[in-house]
Write a protein that binds this ligand. Sequence first.
Ligand code: FES
Length: 138
Amino acid sequence: MPTVLFEAENRKVEVPAGTTLRKAAKKAGVSVYGGVNKIANCRGFGLCGTDRVAVAPADCANSMTFFEKLQLGDKAKERLACQVKIQGDVVINTAPAIEYGKVMTENFKFIALALPFGVLTLGAVIYMVFEMVGKPLF
Ligand code: FES
């Protein structure tokens, strides 16, 4: 059975060949998500691109899937943990996922602050339009 070493976390786990890296991480008690992405992710469907990891050596995993190429591009050095199927002993670096999580958390904070102002502005515009056409809302 292939061995998966999560370098930064210093955790090692054995999994059957073909297991996804996401499942191996779960088994090892390692998160492949950072920040807000721990909650806001697609649960392994390859759609969100949040579980970015570095896999070494690359030939001990399947080739990039359609969803990885879509999310990361053809020549990306990172992989999506949910799309990687382990074929041999690998060393995993979860730093890209943690970094991406920090970026997404900052974006989320901005959206959380901007959204109420956007909604208020939209309400004011709608109110003014109805006032201008002579059909007040209130
Ligand atoms: S969990 Fe969403 S892409 Fe992997």
